[in-house]
Every structure is written in structure tokens, then in C-alpha cells.
Design a protein around this ligand. Structure first.
Ligand SMILES: Nc1ncnc2c1ncn2[C@@H]1O[C@H](COP(=O)(O)OP(=O)(O)O)[C@@H](O)[C@H]1O
Ligand SMILES: [Mg+2]
Length: 588
């Protein structure tokens, strides 16, 4: 929330926001015309009343009086209709704008490289896409146009007042300097307190989101009481911030009402004198008391609307900051690959996530079509980084990677990714049916294909036994499935793609022997006749591989088959002893 200090009115971000109005010019113009019309109609009611009082009432024309009242009612009805249309169209405008903005923003962030997501908290992005954009809608429907209407109304009324009676007008406006000063103080105070409220809301959001996600940790370590205390504190701060904002409102509104009452009192006093001495008409005095009413309502709201406007501008600034983030992976490749042969070569590849902290140093290896390469190494050795750069989720700095003899930077990313299926260590499932989690809404994948893939992987049986089978909703992150089952679903997801290259980051967490067997068989099926790279933790997988690459601190230290490497009595032998002979299988 640090960037929420938009003290100055930012014209640039305001203009960029206005650009979103362009497709809805007609609605925008319609809203403006209706707004101008409403302001222009503001003096009609007091004028009609004045006329009725001075001509019909004072002259005692009862019939005329009735006509005037009907006319007045008809006018109020007409104004009501215009008001309705105005509210409808300004909100329509606001909603259309935020719909476009949201779609554009999502379109933008969906292509940002993963590095951006490493560095941006989820909560912050959700706030941008949801509530910040909402604030912009308010700016249009409740801020800008309403403010314009109020300013215009004030101007129209003051002009009419001066035309009617200069002396009475000056009397009515005598409280204005005080009013302006009060408004200024109020606006300043609420601006600060609103910022405070927004900060507290963000804290509350972040806390609830994180702690619900990590609820199991809270409960496992008996932290319920402590976390509850923390939550109460944040909640209390949120309350205090809100009360402070409300406090300013509860002072400001009575102050404005008091000032308006004083203005009316002055009119009644001086106007009453005028009636007695026949220098003012009865109608004029009543007319002016109504003018004061009309004048003070918008003044009372203007300060508030100014806050809405400013909040919209601040939200705009934050949203445009995301729009301005251009950290995309460069997709300059022009070569389309239909179906890869699965010939993969790494040539002296260097890669760092940042600066010169090399996660991979001069890595070279080769996988022939249909072969399986196992990569082993300690935690942090750089195994997963190989996947990250091969799928072009991160850019590597030096060397080259060749697929079918073509530099992958020359290949159109989309066509390359279509040929490479990756199963990550942490399986991510959406809260959706099993079938949708497998096909990921790719219409080319039929239910038959899904079931055939599940059959091949050996998971058909367990899925069929779930309530609803393939329609079973796995809930957020697949919470309704076991770790082994989630892994199998991820395998089917990769298998139905029938990719030329398969990459698998084996899960390190141990699973029950039953699932273990299923998964081992599934891996064999997945890698059959397919170029595969497996970051391997299971002995069975490692032994079956055509070649094993041993990584240490980002460097390839050994390469060969299981037998060859054991015979060499080096790094691999040591890893093997730690991992399998002493039974600590999670170290690699
Ligand atoms: N997203 C990331 N941003 C910055 N550094 C990272 C990121 N992911 C991994 N690293 C660092 O890169 C190195 C290699 O990590 P990784 O390839 O994930 O290792 P492994 O998969 O072998 O356990 C580690 O030092 C790790 O801290
Ligand atoms: Mg890893």
C-alpha cells in the first residue's frame, strides 16, 4: 500500500483513464447532456414557487393555484425521469469502463513472466484486478459526473440569484467563506483518514488470505490463540481508522447544516423586513430560502466526491503501474514446430535468476529421441532451473538450447510449449472437475481421450470410484485428493497432450506403497517412446534412465548410466549411499 500516497492530482493517469471512455462516447455524451439538463433545471422549482406565491396566492386566485401545483408536480416528475436516466447511464458508463479495464489488465498479467510473480504478492494483484478497478467505476459513476453536476448547479443557481436580487444573494452567500474553509479542512482530514482505512483493509485482506491458506500450520502448532490475538489487533486498527473517518463526517455535516440555517435565518430576517417595508416580495424570500437549500446540498457533497475522484486517480496510478510492467518473455521466434522429434541439446548454458548468482553454470548435455535422462543432485543444485529455462519461463543468459537442432529462441514459444509437457513437483489443481483439470478447457481433448489416457496411466479405476467420477470437484488445489492421486491427475494432464518431450519433476514427498507402485508404472507409461527428462528421486526411475546427469551447485559433475556412475565411485556413489542405502530418500 506504499504507493497509495497520491497527494497531487495526477493528470497523466487521469487522462489514461479517460482513454477508456472512448469506446463509450455516446453513453458518455448522453450522461453529460443529462447532467447539464439537470443543473439547468435546478432553478425551475423555486421560480415556479415564487411565481405561484406572488401572483396566485397573494392575489387569491385559487384555481390558478391548483394549476400551478399540478405544473409543479409534472415538473418534479419530469426531473425524476431525467435523474433516473442520468443515474442509469453514468453507472452504465462506469461499469463498461471497468469491464474493459479488467479484461485488459488480466490479458496483460496473464502474459507476464514468472519472475514477476516471484516478486509480487498474490494479494496485491488481486486488489489491483478487483477492488482498485471498482474504485475507478465509482470515480466515473459517482465522482466525476456528479461533481460536474454539482458545480454546474452551484454556478447556475448563483447566477440566477444575482439576476433576481443582488442584495439578497450577497446576504445568502455571506456564510460562504466559513463554509469553504470548513470544506477545505474536511477534505484534507478525510483524505488522510481514507488512506488509513485503505491500508487497514489491505492488511486485513492479506492476513485473512494468508492464514486461511496456512490454516493447517496454525492448527498443527497450536497457534490459534496467538493468531486470533493478532487478528483482533488488526481488526481493531481497522475499526479505529474507520471511526476516525466517520468522526470527520459527523462533524462536517452538522457544521454545513448550521451554516445553511444561518444563511436562511439571515434571509428570513432581512427578507421579512423587506416584506414589511414592501421592498421585497413574499415569493422572493421563499425562493431564496429554497435556493439556499439547493446550494448547500451539493456543497456538502462536493468535498466527499472529491475524495472519490482522488481515490479513483490513485487506483488508476496503481493499475497503470501494472500495465506499464513490460516484463514479458521475448517471443521473437518465427519457426513453427508441428511435432518435435524430441532431439534435445543443452550447449554451455548459463543461467541466473538475478545478477550473477548462477543457478546453472556451463551446463551441456544431450538427449536422443525417445530416450530418458534422469537428473539428480542435492536440493538447490539447479535441477528445477533446467525446466524453467527449457520451457522458456525464465530467460537464460549464455549458451544455447536446441530442439530438433533449432535454437529454441528461434521457435515461436506457443508452438514449442505445445510440444513439451511439464509435470511440476508441486501439482496444482484448480477447484474444478477432474475432467476439466485434465483437459484444461482444450476443446480438442475429448472425454474418450481423457478416459483412455487415465486407463493408460492406471488411474481410471480410482477416478471412476469417486462420487461423480470425472465430474468430481477436487476443490481448491485439489484438497479433496491425496498427494498420490493429485500426481496421477497431473500425469494424465501431460499424457493427453501426447507431447514429443516430457519433463517431470518427481515429487519428493513419500507416498504410500500402493500409490508408489501406481506412480512408478505411470511414469514408465508416460516416458515410453518419448524423449523424457526426469528430475528423479526414486531409485527405480534412476535405474531405468538411459543416462543420468549429476548436478552440483549448478554444474554437471558426472554423467553416465547407473552402473557406470556407481563404478566410478564418485559424487553419484555418495548420493546413492546417502539416499538409498541409508534409507534417507528425500535428500536428492
Ligand atoms: N524463482 C527463483 N528466484 C530466484 N532464485 C531462485 C528461484 N528458484 C530457485 N532459485 C535459486 O536457484 C538455485 C537452484 O534452484 P533449483 O533449480 O530450484 O534447485 P533444485 O530444483 O535442484 O532443488 C537455488 O539456489 C535457489 O535458491
Ligand atoms: Mg526443485
Amino acid at each position: 500500500m506504499s504507493e497509495a500516497t497520491g497527494k497531487v492530482f495526477d493528470v497523466k493517469s487521469f487522462r489514461r483513464t479517460l482513454a477508456f471512455v472512448r469506446p463509450y462516447k455516446t453513453i458518455g455524451i448522453l450522461s453529460l447532456v443529462l447532467t447539464v439538463l439537470l443543473s439547468a433545471l435546478a432553478p425551475v422549482q423555486p421560480k415556479l414557487i415564487k411565481f405561484t406565491l406572488d401572483n396566485d396566492l397573494v392575489m387569491g386566485r385559487t384555481r390558478q393555484l391548483l394549476y400551478m401545483i399540478i405544473l409543479l408536480l409534472a415538473f418534479l416528475l419530469l426531473r425524476g425521469v431525467i435523474q433516473f436516466l442520468n443515474t442509469y447511464y453514468t453507472n452504465l458508463l462506469g461499469q463498461n469502463i471497468i469491464k474493459d479495464m479488467r479484461i485488459n489488465l488480466y490479458r496483460h498479467i496473464i502474459d507476464l513472466r514468472l519472475q514477476f510473480y516471484d516478486q509480487t504478492p498474490i494479494g496485491t494483484l488481486c486488489t489491483r484486478v478487483i477492488s482498485d478497478i471498482e474504485t475507478i467505476a465509482d470515480m466515473f459513476s459517482e465522482g466525476l459526473i456528479v461533481m460536474f453536476n454539482q458545480l454546474l448547479t452551484i454556478i447556475v443557481i448563483i447566477i440566477i440569484m444575482f439576476m433576481d436580487d443582488v442584495w439578497m444573494t450577497l446576504l445568502s452567500l455571506s456564510v460562504f467563506p466559513l463554509l469553504l474553509f470548513a470544506t477545505y479542512l474536511f477534505q484534507k482530514a478525510t483524505q488522510v483518514s481514507f488512506q488509513e482505512v485503505r491500508t487497514q483493509v489491505a492488511r486485513l485482506n492479506a492476513f485473512v488470505q494468508e492464514h486461511i491458506t496456512g490454516m493447517s500450520v496454525v492448527q498443527i502448532f497450536n497457534r490459534e490463540e496467538a493468531e486470533f490475538e493478532k487478528f483482533k489487533q488488526i481488526n481493531n486498527a481497522h475499526k479505529i481508522a474507520n471511526i476516525k473517518a466517520i468522526w470527520y463526517y459527523s462533524i462536517f455535516f452538522p457544521v454545513v447544516d448550521l451554516l445553511s440555517a444561518m444563511a436562511i435565518a439571515a434571509i428570513v430576517w432581512k427578507g421579512g423586513e423587506g416584506i414589511l417595508f414592501h421592498t421585497e416580495s413574499f415569493g422572493t424570500v421563499v425562493e431564496f430560502t429554497i435556493y439556499i437549500g439547493i446550494l448547500f446540498v451539493p456543497i456538502r457533497q462536493l468535498a466527499d466526491k472529491f475524495n472519490t475522484l482522488q481515490m479513483g486517480v490513485v487506483a488508476g496510478q496503481r493499475i497503470f503501474k501494472v500495465f506499464d510492467n513490460e516484463s514479458f518473455i521475448e517471443d521473437n521466434g518465427t519457426i513453427h514446430i508441428e511435432k518435435t522429434d524430441g532431439n534435445l541439446i543443452f550447449k554451455n548454458v548459463w543461467f541466473a535468476y538475478s545478477d550473477e548468482n548462477w543457478a546453472l553454470r556451463n551446463v551441456s548435455f544431450k538427449v536422443d529421441p525417445g530416450q530418458t535422462l534422469a537428473i539428480v543432485g542435492a536440493t538447490g543444485a539447479g535441477k528445477s532451473s533446467i525446466i524453467n529455462i527449457l520451457g522458456r519461463y525464465y530467460e537464460f543468459q549464455k549458451g544455447s538450447i536446441l530442439l530438433d537442432g533449432i535454437d529454441i529462441k528461434d521457435i515461436k514459444i506457443e508452438t514449442m510449449r505445445r510440444n513439451i509437457a511439464i509435470v511440476l513437483q508441486d501439482v496444482f489443481l484448480f477447484s474444478d472437475s477432474i475432467a476439466n483439470n485434465i483437459a484444461l478447457y482444450n476443446n480438442n481433448i475429448t472425454q474418450d481421450q481423457i478416459e483412455a489416457a487415465a486407463e493408460a496411466i492406471g488411474a481410471n479405476e480410482f477416478i471412476k470410484n469417486l462420487p461423480g467420477g470425472y465430474n468430481y470437484n477436487v476443490r481448491e488445489r485439489g484438497a479433496m485428493l491425496s498427494a498420490g492421486q493429485r500426481q496421477l491427475v497431473a500425469f494424465i494432464r501431460a499424457y493427453v497432450q501426447n507431447p514429443g518431450v516430457l519433463i517431470l519433476d518427481e515429487a519428493t514427498s513419500s507416498i504410500d506403497t500402493e500409490s508408489e507402485k501406481l506412480i512408478q508404472a505411470a511414469i514408465e507409461k508416460l516416458t515410453e517412446h518419448r524423449t523424457s527428462i526426469i528430475i528423479a528421486h526414486r531409485l527405480a526411475t534412476i535405474q531405468r534412465a538411459n543416462k543420468i546427469l549429476v548436478l552440483d551447485h549448478g554444474e554437471v559433475v558426472e554423467e553416465g548410466t547407473h552402473r557406470e556412475l556407481l563404478a566410478r565411485n564418485g559424487f553419484y556413489k555418495k548420493l546413492y549411499e546417502i539416499q538409498f542405502e541409508k534409507g534417507e530418500r528425500t535428500i536428492i
